[in-house]
Design a protein around this ligand. Sequence first.
Ligand code: SF4
Length: 380
Amino acid sequence: MKKSIGIYIHIPFCISKCYYCDFNSSSNKSSLVEAYFDALKKEIILNSERAGQYEVKTVFIGGGTPSSVDSRYIEDVLELCRKHYNLRSDAEVSIESNPGTLSEIKLKAYKYIGINRLSIGLQAWQNKLLKSIGRIHCVEDFTNNFKLAREIGFDNINVDVIFSLPDQTLDDWNETLNNIISQGPEHISSYSLKIEENTVFWEKYNNGDIKEIDDQLDREMYYIAKRKLSQYGYNMYEISNFSKEGFECKHNLIYWNAENYLGFGAGAHSYFNKKRYNNVYSIEDYVENYIKNEGKYVEGEAFIDEAESMSEFVILGMRLTQGISILDFKERYGIEIMDRFGEQFNKLIARGLVEYKDKRLMLTETGLDYANQVFMEFID
Ligand code: SF4
């Protein structure tokens, strides 16, 4: 069987910047779209040779807001991937989208070009909250888009939501979850808000205009999501991700299982043949490199040695609720996991943060709350 990889394609354009967002995305740069896609297409072709030995099992078109650009751009890059890479016939092909940027024409185009997983960023069910976090859409845009996507035949839809938003109450959060569940997406990603530097929220926070939700409420919201979603058949398979059976995101599983992937576009990361790369971050520099025809997209490159690789394997894998297989570790690195990390695991097991079951090591319920502390144990 051929070895497999995933492909990530970054589309860094948005209609406007959400107040909490520190992703590599920009508004007001639509004049660069054409040149950006030219650069992207070149990068995709340039990399195809080294991926020749691999089957592509997932393509993830993320952002930014990929649905903010004309669908012909998406069609072009996907077509190139099919032409230059060994895309499996059953590959998971996802696109991220936001309500307010989707239309019947776009959704039909996505379906036609083989996109089989649609991710929609809703974030909250209250228009007041959506406005307060700088979203461009209202909840009705979401319900209309969701309905349309179903009618057009998307049978694998993810919805993104955020909790611990400033001024969000438990009632708001319950209402958000209840309404999403009633729509019945196959997958729900539920992240807790972190106020990051270089965002509107960071400024507001430092000016005292907004407050962070306290830890207790944050945890309560997390427990509610876990309880409610599991009650309605959504299995929590990763700290922040829930799905109906068989609808786990195959692309994100590549990251958590520390498998190979190639990332294309401004700021995109790759992990390939024991090396991590990242592309130049700014859209302008990325496009400029293309115009100069030097093809130097890669800014950072680091060889991951065996010790680092083992730590990464544990840290990423422990995000999954099924944890890591001690047999997989042995097969991958040729040594017993307890010979390498026995001290750390014994300590974490004694503290009740990790458990050992069926030849796997995984976070306990308590460990899920202290996941970052657990991960720290494996960083040299
Ligand atoms: S739509 Fe997404 S990527 Fe764009 S600004 Fe908002 S959160 Fe960031």
